[in-house]
Design a protein around this ligand. Structure first.
Ligand code: ADP
Length: 596
């Protein structure tokens, strides 16, 4: 009779390696209950209880067959597994069953949840309420997964040899049934965990960087596959691979990393996984030297087995995950392998997505840098041009006041002055454009009555409008149209839109500026009955230097900078601008700003 039959070294560990957190779900419990009842019927006992080993080292009673009050007392009862092991060490070995007579137990003994309140028969082989009859239940790996306990033989006597034999047969069958149920439940648990990991992996789609994707997926995968840690490689040709590892997982020698990546490519092509460690001496596709080096490395870092999961999309392998388990952890099950292969696909899509987002971000950053460079260039060139131009215009003015110049000279001077003035307009617009494009240019915001601002712009353009025979009117609905704006900049917006409307209107046309508050916004519309803008031109109106393809518009002076400036200013104020126009019928520019 030896205690070694129950190997305490293989008790379930405390990291939940058996996925036992939710053992015995409803269906599972029913099966176990049925098994317990079969035992009482077949083995001639009034009470049979099935307990399972929990991750925390406690034995929990999950099914009891017997009188209702016994069931009530016993069900859910938890006792430390080592107690039982200690107790059974004192008993007799009856094949798959152990019997500990009460006289071998130390007096009071430990509380196992229930002691029958019956007086033993007055015979030498009478059953005593403190007698213990237990069948330890081991799985194929020899791990103690639970026990079947029996109490109150119907005969009132300790089992005689023939009853023991019946008991042995019964115990073996129950052991198989219980283990099968536990394994089934365990696999269901693994499936749930793997599914949870997949859900997390899929949910990180849209994360802006690969680093973030891997950082978020890593804990979900280690937990979902009950691994001690993992390493992920993502190929990033032509650059080096992107690697993420569970904190504490040491770096592998480069030749091993390269071999594993090669294996991953083969695995992806064949849509399968590979294991290494423990019984499996060889990782598929590794030669003997590589396999030996791998096992040596794993032993060094305390990893007992690994699972290599290829990552990819369609026929493209993008990398791999290597999950590692320690000594004492359970083997990789088929359920987990299937889940892991699916995760390889999920991760593939997530990785592709993250890469696309990264590329987009890089391109945007490059474009922004280009934009900054262009703004700097424009600002510098315009500054450099402004002073000489001012000087040219000054000198032209002086020459203009000189009397008696020959007519051809006067004409030339006039042309030079018009050209210089036009250049100054372009330079001024360029300077303004670079100012409102630069995010560092501060806005002098203050609450402003936009009606006042609009009226001032109308006054400013009154002479031009009158000269062109264009009628300008302002309408509002009488409600407050206040907004928090930089007055100088907003003045440019109104002035520019009004100036264009007048410029592109025929004689006798009307330009209407309307202001109104809509919800939390102020809407300013500048409507004209002018030449209108083609759909094609409308697409590009706000691009710098864009002038319409309409010959009538082209014949009028302009820089093509007005609307881009307007758009930037409106953007800076958190507003938006839209255009609605029809060729030959007129245009409406609509500016919407937050009300203040
Ligand atoms: P500019 O008027 O100095 O050419 P803008 O940027 O202000 O530059 O306008 C760009 C182009 O948009 C103009 O060349 C013109 O063709 C068209 N445009 C702007 N406003 C109007 C309008 N109210 N009616 C018709 N065309 C317009």
């Amino acid at each position: 009779m030896s205690v070694d039959a129950i190997p305490p070294a293989r008790l379930p560990d405390d990291r939940g390696a058996h996925g036992w957190a939710s053992v015995a779900g409803a269906a599972n419990r029913e099966t176990l209950q049925l098994l317990a009842e079969t035992v009482t019927d077949l083995a001639g006992f009034r009470v049979a209880a099935i307990s399972v080993a929990r991750d925390d080292g406690l034995l929990e009673v999950v099914a009891v067959s017997g009188p209702p009050e016994v069931r009530r007392q016993l069900e859910g009862n938890r006792t430390p597994l080592p107690w039982l092991v200690e107790e059974l060490a004192k008993g007799e070995d009856w094949g798959p069953v152990r019997f500990v007579p009460h006289e071998r137990r130390d007096g009071g003994t430990r509380d196992w949840g229930w002691v029958a309140d019956v007086a033993p028969l007055d015979v030498p082989d009478a059953w005593h309420p403190l007698d213990v009859l237990v069948a330890p239940l081991h799985d194929d790996a020899g791990t103690l997964r639970g026990v079947l306990s029996l109490d109150l033989p119907v005969s009132g006597r300790r089992p005689a040899p023939e009853q023991r034999r019946a008991l042995e047969r019964c115990a073996s069958q129950v052991a198989r049934g219980v283990i099968a149920e536990l394994v089934r439940e365990e696999l269901a648990g693994q499936m749930r965990l793997a599914e949870a990991a997949r859900t997390v992996v899929r949910s990180v789609t849209g994360e802006p960087s690969l680093e973030r994707v891997l950082a978020l997926a890593e804990p979900a995968l280690t937990e979902g596959f009950q691994a001690a840690g993992l390493v992920v490689w993502i190929h990033d040709a032509p650059g080096p691979d992107r690697v993420h590892r569970t904190p504490g997982v040491p770096t592998e020698p480069p030749h091993l990393a390269a071999a594993l990546r090669r294996v991953a490519r083969d695995l992806w092509r064949e849509q399968r996984l590979s294991f290494a460690g423990r019984g499996q001496r060889n990782l598929a596709r590794l030669d003997d030297v590589e396999a030996g080096a791998l096992l040596e490395h794993l032993t060094e870092i305390g990893v007992a087995s690994i699972l290599v999961v290829p990552i990819g999309v369609a026929d493209q392998c993008l990398g791999c995950v290597v999950l590692g388990r320690r000594e004492g952890d359970h083997d990789w099950s088929d359920v987990e392998a299937a889940g892991a292969l699916a995760v390889g696909h999920d991760l593939g899509s997530v990785v592709l997505n993250a890469r696309a987002l990264e590329r987009e971000r890089r391109t945007n950053e490059e474009l922004r840098e280009l934009d900054r460079y262009r703004t700097r260039l424009i600002a510098t060139v315009s500054h450099e041009l402004k002073n000489p131009l001012t000087s040219v215009l000054g000198h032209l003015e002086i020459l203009d006041s000189v009397d008696g110049l020959p007519r051809p000279v006067e004409r030339s001077l006039g042309a030079m002055e018009r050209g210089a003035r036009r250049m100054r307009r372009v330079v001024d617009d360029l300077l303004l454009l670079s100012r409102v494009t630069d995010p560092d240019t501060p806005l002098a915001l203050r609450p402003t009555d936009l009606r006042v601002l609009v009226d001032e712009a109308v006054d400013l353009h009154a002479v031009t409008a009158a000269r062109s025979g264009v009628n300008v009117e302002v309408v509002d609905d009488g409600r407050s149209v206040r907004a928090v704006v930089d007055v100088d900049e907003m003045d440019r917006v109104v002035s520019n839109l009004l100036g264009n409307a007048v410029k592109y209107s025929p004689e006798g046309g009307t330009v209407r500026l309307s202001l109104r508050r809509v919800g939390g916004e102020i809407e300013l519309c500048v409507t004209d009955e002018g030449i209108g803008i083609s759909a094609e031109d409308q697409e590009r109106l706000f691009e710098e230097f864009y002038r319409s393809t309409n010959p009538i518009a082209l014949a009028l002076p302009g820089t093509g900078l007005g609307l881009p400036i307007v758009r930037r200013i409106v953007d800076r104020h958190g507003g938006r601008i839209e255009v609605d126009s029809e060729l030959g019928r007129g245009s409406t520019f609509r500016v919407v700003l937050p009300a203040g």
